[in-house]
Design a protein around this ligand. Structure first.
Ligand SMILES: Nc1ncnc2c1ncn2[C@@H]1O[C@H](COP(=O)(O)OP(=O)(O)OP(=O)(O)O)[C@@H](O)[C@H]1O
Length: 330
């Protein structure tokens, strides 16, 4: 439904994104994740036809963003980071206005406005002036304007930024409900949010895609060893000694004494949990808990965005910048 192929954008001599490629299938909810300045907004601006790429191409529903810009825009509901609302209008008036601008047939405007008001839980504030609404409700109005016309694709740029915790939960719930009928690309730098809402993440750092996968798959790829936590009553030093002698155990760290937690690092080839449980029983300790601990999305993210580039790619980047400068001069 969304295809980005080799997207590159230079702002003067600044390479905002380079060779960005990813695809999003119909009905997927994908998180677009990256630290500040990584290139999320730039990519989104290209996908929403706000500006052209310097190189590469983007398609939405099979339509090229440059050649069929109007048709592409009809298929996208866009919630920008700073939602453009008319503060002096009522919610209902504003959404009717958006429906007209989006070309909803005149006779269907009222029904369409009622539909999005209902989906976004705006019924109680439909006659309120937008400027007097709380930030959470203003954000809902932002989502509602994106939904007007029922576009198949929703692109939401930092939809929960600046909201309080209750409002964040409400907007997340709203997005989760929308995924039944829409393909959603959600940009965020809030990791738990992406982990909760999205089936897949595209991670961008310094203008380049560094990973595209389900959070669980990324964990498996990046986690070279398995981590297993055992909680036992009493001191864990003796048991730790026994565990260290087991085949496949790479390291054991003991935390606390009563109860103790043993953090076992093991190779990923085999599931060591049964052997660890048996060892605990043979050692005569009470095993209170035994669980495998995966990397959190936050750990994956930090791993990906803090990795030093290898010398070859760093050199290639310097050369590319130099070439571009030459190109700008000539
Ligand atoms: N109009 C512009 N002129 C020059 N440089 C720009 C412009 N817009 C963005 N940049 C630069 O391009 C890079 C990518 O910016 P972009 O806004 O796409 O990142 P982002 O991931 O959306 O960041 P944030 O989360 O902070 O909004 C940054 O280095 C930024 O400073």
């Amino acid at each position: 439904m969304i295809e980005a192929h080799g997207l590159t954008k230079w702002y003067g001599t600044v390479p905002a994104i380079q060779d960005v490629s990813f695809e999003i299938a119909k009905g997927e909810v994908v998180g677009f994740l990256g630290p500040n300045g990584a290139g999320k907004s730039t990519t989104i601006r290209i996908l929403t036809c706000y500006m052209p790429p310097t190189a590469g191409s983007a398609k939405v529903d099979g339509l090229d963003c440059l050649e069929n810009s109007l048709e592409v825009r009809r298929r996208i509901g866009y919630l920008p980071e700073n939602v453009p609302l008319y503060n002096e209008m009522t919610v209902r008036r504003f959404l009717s206005f958006v429906a007209q601008v989006k070309g909803v047939p005149w006779k269907e405007v009222a029904r369409e406005v009622d539909r999005v008001i209902d989906v976004c839980g705006l019924d109680g504030v439909r006659q309120r002036i937008i400027g007097n609404l709380s930030k959470g409700y203003r954000q809902r109005v932002g989502v509602a304007q994106a939904l007007v016309g029922n576009p198949p694709v929703l692109i939401l740029d930092e939809p929960t930024i600046g909201l309080d915790p209750t409002q964040i939960l409400e907007i997340r719930k709203l997005i989760q409900d929308l995924r039944q009928d829409h393909t959603v690309l959600l940009s965020s730098h809030i990791l738990p949010e992406v982990a909760q809402i999205c089936q897949r993440v595209v991670i961008i750092n310094k203008g380049r895609i560094v990973a595209t996968d389900a959070p669980q798959t990324l964990t498996a790829q990046l986690q070279k060893s398995a981590k297993i936590h055992l909680t036992i009553s009493g001191d864990g030093a003796g048991l730790a000694e026994s565990l260290r002698r087991l085949d496949g155990v790479l390291n054991v760290v003991v935390e606390g004494t009563e109860p103790s937690r043993l953090i076992v690092e093991a190779d990923r080839q085999s599931d060591l949990r049964p052997a660890l449980a048996r060892a605990a029983v043979q050692h005569g300790v009470d095993l209170l808990e035994l669980k495998t601990v995966d990397l959190s999305l936050e750990e994956i993210f930090m791993h990906l965005v803090t990795e030093e580039p290898d010398e070859e790619s760093a050199a290639a980047e310097v050369a590319q910048k130099a070439n571009h400068r030459e190109g700008v001069k000539s």
